[in-house]
Design a protein. Structure first.
Length: 502
């Protein structure tokens, strides 16, 4: 059926849909699709039906997780000790994509969440090439930061989240699609707004019970907006892909970026359609742009709101490292910015994006070594926020300490987890105790690029600007909660004063 017809004939459909809704409300509480019986206690049991729990979860997910911590049948929240056993299990047993499909409602939003080509190119081309392309990124950062923050030699209010979003899209775009197109408004629109539209549509879809979503999708404007966004993005991207292919086939010199690396490896992954490659670019932006922006915004808020007195120390570190590396922000130079790295990791520790990590669907019954059964069909996750604020692991866990990981790496403070290698406390390091970037075979492959980019931007900002909270604002800007996501408040402003070269 033509979806447009459904929209124009909405009135005629209201009666049958109303009937379906009532039917669903009566039937659904006795159905619990996707759940499987386990020996675990159930969070929200007191609410009565699974439908009531679902609705309560949409309203108060963070609270529900905090209250439950180790309960719930729909999602089994396991203690982190089990993760070592689970982390390397194949996707045929413990599956990350199916868990994501549910969150992002891919069946209706049309997202192709299984993208081995993209994952491969990130792992083997992007990360591998970072040392080689870093000077290009560094130049892009040097151009983009003043372009968006200005060069005002007086205190100026800036909405930093908004600016970072554009900066991250442009700087990432230099590597994703190349310097000719990374400032093109069509690229920026696609790389930023596709994610916004996708999350909006998925969130709206989840408000409808799963049985009526096939109909509900036609009545959700954000779902239409998403499909329109995808159409527009492809209209722009497909000809770019075609041109790139033509260059390659003609044996001419080709650009050195993600798009070209993807085209070069597309055959190996049986991706022959240009539209699919264009879509892969969109999925790349989805994985990369907002995640990096949110993380960088948190760090900025923490630096000025939680440890402004340490900013001169971090700036000194950056300046010293630069001087020792011929004023070039090489990979080695970024590695040596250890106080900055520690402040970033501390910021990520204190600003978890959600209460749990390691969201996976169990595909086949798993019997853990202590006899615990994870039944096929169940969804699992492990606590994240609670682990990162556990006083047994972190002294004064609710205090922002920019030196926390710096001191452990330098051997000045005892390592509470006794890792053999203290480099495990770098921003990019993942462990079961810190899943900021996930854990196991599906841990974020883009974290090396993200860390690189955030450091390049922050180092440039801290060298060239004095920054502070607006007069009269005390402490750090509080985060906001949307369903189960915790985000930095995107509406807030901070003060910038340019102190760099003319
Ligand atoms: C600071 C920024 C970022 C954060 C906090 C972040 C976080 C995460 C997390 C938590 C996961 C899930 C891991 C798991 O389930 O075990 C993930 C997966 C992923 N991330 Fe990131 N990410 C960031 C930046 C990026 C960037 C820049 C890229 C691409 C260049 C990227 C690409 C991916 C991909 C492709 C996956 C899926 C991996 C798989 O399925 O095997 N991420 N990320």
């Amino acid at each position: 059926m033509d979806p447009n017809m459904l929209f124009t004939d909405k009135m005629q459909l209201l009666v049958p849909i109303g009937a379906l809704l009532v039917g669903a409300m009566v039937i659904v509480p006795w159905l619990s699709p996707g759940s499987a019986s386990t020996e675990f206690p159930l969070a929200g049991e007191e609410l009565g039906t699974s439908e009531k729990r679902r609705k309560h979860f949409i309203r108060s997910a963070v609270q529900m997780h905090a209250d439950a911590y180790k309960k719930v049948r729909e999602v089994i929240v396991l203690p982190i000790s089990y993760v070592e056993e689970l982390r390397n299990m194949p996707d045929t047993i413990i599956n990350n994509v199916e868990a994501l499909n549910e969150t992002l409602q891919t069946h209706y939003t049309g997202l192709n969440s299984y993208n081995p080509l993209m994952n491969h190119v990130i792992r083997s081309d992007l990360t591998h090439n970072l040392p080689r392309i870093n000077h290009l990124l560094s130049k892009e950062v040097a151009q983009t930061v003043p372009e968006y923050l200005g060069k005002h030699r007086e205190w100026t209010r800036v909405n930093i989240n908004e600016k970072l979003l554009k900066m991250v899209a442009i700087i990432s775009g230099h590597v994703f699609i190349g310097p000719q197109l990374n400032r093109d408004e069509r690229y920026l629109d696609a790389s930023i707004n596709y994610t916004v539209d996708l999350f909006k549509a998925a969130g709206e879809l989840q408000k409808w019970h799963r049985l009526i979503r096939p109909i509900g999708k036609y009545f959700i404007p954000s779902v239409h907006q998403l499909h329109e966004q995808r159409r527009r993005a492809k209209e722009f991207l497909v000809p770019v892909v075609q041109k790139r292919r033509a260059l390659r086939e003609a044996g001419e010199e080709v650009p050195d970026d993600m798009l070209q690396w993807m085209i070069a490896k597309a055959d190996k992954f049986n991706v022959s359609d240009d539209g699919d490659i264009a879509e892969t670019q969109l999925t790349l932006s989805l994985a990369a742009i907002h995640t990096t922006t949110l993380t960088a915004t948190h760090v900025m808020y923490d630096l000025i709101g939680n440890c402004a007195e340490v900013i001169p120390e971090i700036r000194k570190e950056i300046a010293t490292v630069m001087a020792e590396n011929d004023n070039v922000m090489t990979t080695q130079a970024l590695y040596e910015m250890k106080l900055l790295d520690s402040a970033m990791r501390e910021s990520q520790r204190m600003n978890t994006t959600g209460p749990t990590r390691f969201q996976r669907r169990v595909k086949k019954d798993v019997r853990l070594s202590d006899g615990t059964l994870l039944p096929a069909g169940s969804n699992i996750s492990v606590p994240h926020t609670e682990t990162l604020s556990d006083a047994a692991i972190y002294s004064e866990p609710h205090k922002f300490n920019p030196y926390r990981f710096y001191d452990i790496r330098a051997g000045k403070v005892e390592d509470p987890l006794n890792y053999t290698n203290k480099e495990q406390y770098q921003f990019i390091s993942v462990s079961k105790e810190n899943m900021g970037f996930g854990y196991g075979r599906h841990a974020c492959p883009g974290r090396f690029f993200a860390a690189n980019e955030i450091k390049l931007m922050l180092a440039r900002i801290l060298l060239d600007y004095d920054i502070k909270m607006p007069d009269g604002v005390r402490g750090r800007y509080p985060n906001i909660v949307r369903v189960s996501a915790v985000l930095p408040d995107p509406t807030k402003e901070i003060m910038f004063n340019y102190v760099g070269e003319e």
